[in-house]
Design a protein around this ligand. Structure first.
Ligand code: NAP
Length: 233
């Protein structure tokens, strides 16, 4: 389905991004994975049998993003799945500098990558951001995360009308199982969401399906696909 398409996944060395990369390769795309850490990218490329191009980029740094796109050149679809250190303390106790640093990577990182990436995206191409369920439900200790995820969704909708025909969408994941699993995480999530209909964490591959849909569906723009096991019911 994506033969002769080039897909760039920033944050593709682990987690949800890595699952997007696996599915994009399976669908026949040429894939570039990017993040800050050479070792992580190398390990991911090895695991994928060397079938990907790897590039270093720090989404929190303008110059790094500019140089990254010069190296990558023209491409079709951009997915951004970066996750910085996310401040999860109570609102009145959170360190503002730490919150701003997280915003700089997750929100402004997506902003920078979209803004600078537009000129490299081919006709019928797309940008897919990642938000998170805290954009639409409140949880104790998640104020910073809620704000950056909601800002991400708002940005995608706003620029979808300016960048058309390039499409801009967002995937909003619910709580996902990490690799390797973090001990106690499932219990923590169940305590936060006692009425979660599907009663389990999501798998990264279940979230990744939404990115592949958005790359391929030529009538979706300004959309948010929520993949959350029903936590917002
Ligand atoms: N996991 C969940 O339960 C969950 C729930 C809701 C939403 N989400 C959202 O889904 C996205 C992916 O989450 P995940 O759990 O799959 O994350 P993850 O496994 O931690 O992967 C995130 C990737 O982002 C890269 N990264 C971090 N800061 C970066 C920067 N400044 N520039 C470039 N790359 C950077 C990291 O690589 P380097 O360290 O090499 O840079 C890492 O490979 C995030 O936006 C997260 O907020 C996740």
């Amino acid at each position: 389905m994506f033969k002769n398409k080039k897909i760039v996944v920033v944050g593709g060395g682990s987690g949800i991004g890595y699952a997007v990369v696996q599915k994009a390769l399976y669908a026949g795309a040429q894939v570039v994975i990017a993040s800050r850490t050479h070792e992580k990218l190398d390990a991911a490329a090895k695991q994928l049998g060397g079938r990907v191009q790897t590039e270093m980029v720090d989404a929190a740094d303008d110059r790094s993003v500019t140089d990254f796109y010069h190296r990558v050149g023209q491409f079709d679809h951009l997915a951004i799945t970066i996750k910085p250190q996310l401040p999860s303390g109570r609102f009145i106790e959170n360190d503002v500098v730490a919150v701003m640093a997280a915003f700089d990577a997750k929100f402004w990182g997506q902003y920078r990558l979209a803004k600078q990436g537009v000129q490299y995206i081919r006709e019928n191409g797309s940008i897919t951001f990642t938000s998170g369920i805290a954009a639409r439900r409140s949880y104790h200790g998640y104020s910073a995360i809620s704000a950056m995820n909601a800002a991400t969704e708002a940005l995608a909708k706003a620029i979808a009308i300016e960048l058309a025909p390039i499409r801009v969408n967002t995937v909003c994941p619910g709580f996902v199982d990490t690799e390797p699993p973090i001990p106690g995480r499932a219990q923590h999530v169940m305590a936060l969401s006692p009425t979660l209909p599907l009663n389990r964490l999501g798998a990264v591959s279940e979230i990744a399906d939404a990115y592949l849909y958005l790359f391929g569906n030529s009538y979706s723009t300004g959309s948010v696909i929520v993949v959350d096991g029903g936590v917002t019911c």
